[in-house]
Design a binder for this molecule. Structure first.
Ligand code: HEC
Length: 139
C-alpha cells in the first residue's frame, strides 16, 4: 500500500513541478550534486565511480539494470524527489523490513555514496544513458 501511494505521489510531483530540486540542507559539508556527461555515456570521474559502485553492489538485482524498478521501486521515479539526505538515510541503514538492505558496512558505499547519488540523479534526469559508461577523457 505504501509503495503504491508513494509512486502516485511521485508521479504527481513530477507532473506538477518541473523544478523540484534538492534543498541544500542536511548532514555536514555535502558537495552539491554535480555530474558531467557527454554523449550520454561519458561522465566525469566521480560520476564514473558512482556507476561502478552501482555495479559492484549490484543494486540492479532489485532496482533493475536501467533503474526502472523490479523488486525494489524505480529509482528513475524516486530520484525526481529523493534528496541527498533521504538517499543517505536509505543506503546507510536500509529499510531492512521492506527489503532494502543496509549498505553502511560497505567501504565502497562509504567512499562513493555522493558519486552514486550523482549518477542516479543523472539517470533520473534522463541525461545519462543506461548501461556501460566511460570517462569523458577516455580514448
Ligand atoms: C535485495 C533487494 C535490493 C537491493 C540489492 C537494493 N535495494 Fe534499494 N530498495 C529495495 C526495496 C524493496 C526498496 C523499497 C523499500 C520501501 O518500501 O520503503 C528499496 C528502496 C530504495 C531506495 C528508496 C526509494 C524511494 O522511493 O524512496 C533507494 C534510494 C534505494 N533503494 C537505493 C538502492 C541502491 C543505491 C542500492 C545498491 C547499493 C540498492 N537500493 C539495492 C530493494 C533493494
Amino acid at each position: 500500500m505504501k509503495g503504491r501511494s508513494l509512486l502516485l505521489l511521485t508521479m504527481t510531483l513530477a507532473a506538477s513541478s518541473a523544478s523540484f530540486a534538492q534543498t541544500p540542507s542536511g548532514p555536514g559539508q555535502m558537495k552539491p550534486v554535480a555530474y558531467k556527461v557527454v554523449d550520454g555515456n561519458k561522465v566525469d570521474s566521480d560520476t564514473l565511480q558512482g556507476w561502478k559502485t552501482w555495479r559492484a553492489l549490484a543494486c540492479e538485482r532489485c532496482h533493475g539494470a536501467k533503474q526502472e524498478g523490479m523488486v525494489g521501486p524505480s529509482l528513475i521515479d524516486a530520484f525526481k524527489t529523493l534528496d541527498k539526505n533521504e538517499f543517505h538515510r536509505t543506503v546507510f541503514g536500509g529499510r531492512v523490513d521492506k527489503g532494502m538492505p543496509d549498505f553502511s558496512s560497505s567501504q565502497m558505499m562509504q567512499k562513493n555514496w555522493e558519486n552514486l547519488f550523482a549518477y542516479l540523479k543523472g539517470r533520473s534526469d534522463g541525461k545519462i544513458n543506461p548501461g556501460d559508461l566511460q570517462a569523458i577523457d577516455a580514448k
